[in-house]
Design a protein around this ligand. Structure first.
Ligand SMILES: Nc1ncnc2c1ncn2[C@@H]1O[C@H](COP(=O)(O)OP(=O)(O)OP(=O)(O)O)[C@@H](O)[C@H]1O
Ligand SMILES: [Mg+2]
Length: 499
């Protein structure tokens, strides 16, 4: 009886087995030129498919020709020569993802860069995926506080928003993005710092800061450095976004910094020229707009039904001589929901962060400010814009009436208040305290050093006497006029007695 059943089972499984001839597609390298190769044959190969070369070198299919494919290398191809074997993998480029990535530094293929050994992963996600459909998105309505007064007040960033940071070399672009990450300490936000085409030492500096300020464990660094192949630099931001989406789909808030997309565009230009695609403006290929729009389109806030997670994107772009109408900056300005423009002149004058509020905007941020914050900062913003105009007139040396003089003094105080050292970040409630004091004119007529000191005093009193407002602000409660006047009175009493 038992043997009979066994026979039956065996016979059945034989019936169900179909002999399959699996054609393993192998071909040879036709030609190779710095970072790219032409591989003959490989009829059924797909776009973006990963190809395995000898010496454990990998490449990605980027053009499909009739009898050959164009490939960009993802690892150093020095040992590869014409005639070498190439194998299909049948996989589009993907990156392994899991919670274990937190606190780690990897390259866009998921290979570890921090020497801390391999990590276990849940799944591999393709680096290129379609953006979330509109129906699954929710409006941006929650602030992503950066802790930087000038940003939170003038160009507020909402969760799910794309805000460009742009400016010349060495104007504090990375510093702003890094402060934004550090300000997420302990609030559950997952941060991803994607370094593209940077020096390894610069990336190491960022990692040091992440550790020093206690956010390394909630941050993932994805780096394709200047030494890496152009192909690797090209895929870096897509890989970083795929990792972010993994967390976003699990209901988490994610902040991704792309530092920077100028290098990304250059890497793409280099590989496109080598693949003989027709060059267009500034020798960039015709689809340069599309590579950035499909990347940034993936930043979003998901609807409640989709778990309510979000992916906020802070792309960075480097300008030359302040020229924001160059090709790449204009493209990305038009894709993003606003920009923070850093002025080299302000930086040279020592005004830091060197944010030019006149040229910076946030197209959705206002909706995302906390109610209490918005009611204190709203009037200030308008006032400051008018002050800057007024100030340029007064340069003509006209006699000023008393009221104008007062407005100038207030405006100058606001300008000083917006100064902030790196890493000294303020919560929304702390910023309210400082701005309330500014609105009340407590800093008028003081010089920079006095204002810095007075600000510290204000913060001390705030924590000693009004610390409980911190929670009210976060609970989206507006502060009453009584609360505000009580607070400013307390500040005033102490500041005046100190004089
Ligand atoms: N708010 C600030 N307070 C003090 N120093 C600052 C501030 N912001 C930036 N810096 C300093 O200015 C220098 C340049 O900053 P950062 O590296 O962020 O500029 P960048 O625009 O990213 O430069 P690059 O174009 O080289 O990437 C750094 O030494 C940094 O410490
Ligand atoms: Mg930088």
């Amino acid at each position: 009886m038992k043997t009979e059943r066994t026979f039956e089972a065996v016979a059945k499984s034989i019936d169900n087995t179909e002999a399959q001839l699996k054609k393993e597609e192998v071909s040879v390298v036709q030609s190779i030129s710095s970072g790219t190769a032409i591989v003959s044959g490989l009829e059924n190969v797909e776009m973006d498919e990963l190809l395995q070369f000898e010496h454990n070198v990998q490449g990605m299919v980027q053009t499909l020709n009739r009898n050959s494919v164009g490939v960009v290398f993802l690892s150093n191809p020095d040992k590869i020569k014409a005639g070498d074997r190439v194998m299909r993998t049948g996989r589009v480029l993907d990156v392994p993802v899991s919670e274990n990535l937190l606190g780690r530094a990897i390259n866009p293929l998921g290979e570890v860069l921090d020497g801390k050994g391999a990590y276990a992963y849940d799944e591999r996600r393709p680096v290129e995926v379609e953006a979330v459909p509109i129906m699954d998105r929710a409006p941006v309505d929650t602030p992503l506080q950066t802790g930087i007064k000038a940003v939170d007040a003038f160009t507020p960033i909402g969760r799910g928003q794309r805000e460009l940071i742009l400016g010349d070399r060495q104007t504090g672009k990375t510093a702003i993005a890094l402060d934004a990450i550090i300000n997420q300490k302990g609030n559950g936000t997952i941060c991803i710092y994607c370094a593209i085409g940077q020096r390894n030492s610069a990336v190491a500096g960022v990692i040091d800061d992440l550790q020093k300020y206690g956010v390394a464990e909630q941050t993932i660094v994805v780096s394709a450095s200047a030494d890496d192949e152009a192909g690797m630099q090209y895929v870096a931001p897509y890989a970083a976004t795929s990792i972010g989406e993994y967390f976003m789909e699990r209901g988490r808030d994610v902040l991704v910094v792309y530092d920077d997309l100028t290098n990304h565009a250059r890497a793409y230009r280099q590989m496109s020229l080598l693949l003989r695609r027709p060059p267009g403006r500034e020798a960039f290929p015709g689809d340069i707009f599309y590579i950035h729009s499909r990347l940034l389109e993936r930043a979003t806030k998901l609807s409640i039904e989709q778990g309510g997670g979000s992916l906020t994107a802070l792309p960075i772009v480097c300008t030359e001589a302040g020229n924001i109408s160059a090709y790449i900056p204009t493209n990305i300005i038009s894709i993003t929901d606003g920009q923070i423009y850093l002025s080299a002149q302000m930086f040279q004058k020592g005004l830091m962060p060197a944010i030019d509020t006149g040229k910076s905007v946030s197209r959705v941020g206002g909706d995302a400010q906390l109610p209490a914050y918005k009611s204190v900062v709203g009037p200030l913003k308008l006032f400051y814009a008018q002050f800057e105009e007024l100030e340029s007139f007064t340069k003509f040396g006209t006699q000023l009436d008393k009221e104008t003089q007062q407005r100038i003094a207030r405006g100058q105080a606001v300008r000083q208040v917006l100064q902030q050292r790196r890493f000294s970040l303020l919560s929304a409630a702390e910023q309210i305290a400082v701005f309330a004091a500014t609105n009340a004119g407590l800093f008028d007529g003081m010089d920079a050093a006095q204002i810095a000191e007075a600000q510290n005093t204000v913060l001390k009193i705030f924590h000693a006497q009004f610390g409980k407002l911190e929670k009210a602000v976060l609970d989206r409660r507006k502060l009453t006029d009584a609360e505000l006047s009580q607070m400013t009175k307390a500040f005033k009493d102490v500041l005046n007695s100190g004089e």
